[in-house]
Design a protein around this ligand. Structure first.
Ligand code: MG
Ligand code: MG
Length: 256
């Protein structure tokens, strides 16, 4: 499937969906604390998405049972929300997608639970920074792999394992469209970026090695060495000039 170019109307629908996602993140950030369960967060996300007149991108996607992915500690992505209360010092990566007018928005964020170690706090700071490094590289005229190359150049010297088997993606009428957006690679590879391309950019960094495995639930991707992992994601639109338009960045004036 070719990479689709979205027109202005399509991008505005994606922005609406993305703002629902941003609102979910804003509310979840307020409630994440020791004792809260991932299923509590899932219920709140569901209520916000439905209340906004949107639909969940994730629920039923290839049979996924949640409205959010909730990946705790050594889980990297695709964690199924469960009843296990979060503990002080944990981290939780929450991935959310919503659909408005047939178009998707997708964003993930990793939150500290209570007081986390300095090492974990730095992992969160650095993975969020890696996201913005990748976003800044997503410019018309560059090649797709400029994104992954920039993320790798930032994160590898810091000693993190950069997850390779999973990454970003095109997004629009489907949550997962062409192309795959790797978090590593050579900047002169891949298709040229053009205005109107819409991408989910999502680095995942591990405190240990980059190796992963999938749990018996067939969904949850965890680190092979059991060390912890963080994941930050925005949905962006490539612009004619300058840095991309971050659709999942919360616009307070639009979503109250
Ligand atoms: Mg996502
Ligand atoms: Mg995504």
């Amino acid at each position: 499937m070719a990479i689709t170019i979205k027109n202005r109307r399509e991008i505005e629908l994606m922005r609406e969906a993305s703002q629902v996602v941003a609102l979910v993140h804003a509310r979840l950030e307020e409630v994440i604390a020791p004792g809260v369960t991932p299923l509590d967060l899932n219920a709140l996300a569901r209520e916000i998405i439905l209340g906004a007149g949107a639909k969940s991108s994730f629920l039923g996607h290839h049979g996924f049972p949640g409205v959010i992915c909730a990946s705790v500690n050594d889980a990297i992505v695709h964690g199924i929300p469960n009843r296990k209360p979060l503990r002080d010092g944990d981290l939780i990566s929450v991935d959310v997608g919503a659909i408005v007018g047939g178009y998707h928005g997708d964003s993930a964020w990793t939150y500290p639970v209570g007081n986390v170690s300095d090492e974990v706090r730095q992992l969160l700071v650095d993975t969020e920074a890696a996201l913005y490094v990748g976003i800044d590289a997503a410019r018309a005229g560059s090649r797709l792999n400029a994104i992954g190359s920039a993320i790798e150049a930032f994160a590898a010297p810091l000693g993190y394992g950069i997850v390779r088997g999973y990454g970003g993606h095109g997004i629009g009428r489907s949550m997962w469209e062409e192309p795959h957006v790797a978090n590593h690679g050579d900047s002169d590879r891949g298709p040229g970026l053009r205005p109107g391309m819409t991408l989910a950019i999502e680095p995942m960094l591990n405190l240990g090695t980059a190796e992963t495995r999938v749990l018996a639930d067939q969904w949850t991707v965890v680190t092979k060495d059991g060390r912890w992992s963080a994941h930050f994601e925005h949905t962006v639109a490539i612009t004619a000039d300058g840095a991309p338009d971050i659709l999942t960045k919360r616009l307070v004036a639009v979503v109250q």
